[in-house]
Each structure stands twice: as structure tokens, then as C-alpha cells.
Design a binder for this molecule. Structure first.
Ligand code: FES
Length: 110
């Protein structure tokens, strides 16, 4: 398997399914390449902007893993609500055990 299926739940609640996320690709780049609303990736994946904030579906949290210290500091600065399942998708590499993964784009802070 060289591709996996990832479902992104956009801020509107719409679900967009990416059927062909390449293993080894950066998840932020997968999202932006597929026009996922709410994922901007303004720093280009440098873990500095927080505009790629997602919540991992709790069922998938152990597969995707937790943020490292640098990502954790950037997550502390995001304007959206931070959750235990928060991740910056630019820090996630698509892997073969992510087939069927579901992630939620963090809603804009009010
Ligand atoms: S793209 Fe900037 S932190 Fe992820």
C-alpha cells in the first residue's frame, strides 16, 4: 500500500475524504493540496504558525501520537481551543497504519 484514506472534517462540518494520501507525505501538504478548508499552512510546515491545527479523532490518537516539545509550544499559542487530541498536521507524516484516519479541523476561535 502506498496510499491511505484520510477523512478531514472541515469547520463547516463537511467531510472531505482524501482517498490517495501518499505514505511519507506531510499531512498539512496533503490537506492543502486537497483544498481542505481551514488548513492554511502559512509557515510552510515549520511548526511556527499554528494554522494547521487539527483534532485527531480520539480513536486514532494512539496511532498518530502526541506532539513533541516544539509542537507543544506552538500549540500553546494557537487561538483555537486546544484539546488533548490537538496536533499540528504539518508535524504528522502519513504512514501505512493511518488508513481510515479521521481528523477534525480546529474551529476558528470566536
Ligand atoms: S504549517 Fe505552520 S505550524 Fe503547521
Amino acid at each position: 500500500m502506498s496510499v491511505v484514506k484520510i477523512t478531514f472534517v472541515e469547520r463547516s462540518g463537511a467531510e472531505k475524504v482524501v482517498e490517495d494520501a501518499e505514505i511519507g507525505d506531510n499531512m498539512m501538504q496533503v490537506a492543502t493540496a486537497n483544498g481542505i478548508d481551514g488548513i492554511l499552512g502559512e509557515c510552510g510546515g515549520g511548526c511556527a504558525c499554528g494554522t494547521c491545527h487539527i483534532y485527531i479523532d480520539p480513536e486514532w490518537h494512539s496511532v498518530v501520537g502526541t506532539a513533541d516539545d516544539v509542537e507543544d509550544m506552538t500549540l500553546d499559542m494557537v487561538s483555537e481551543t486546544r484539546k488533548p487530541t490537538s496536533r499540528l498536521c504539518c508535524q504528522i507524516t502519513v504512514s501505512d497504519n493511518m488508513d481510515g484516519l479521521r481528523v477534525i479541523v480546529a474551529p476558528e476561535a470566536l
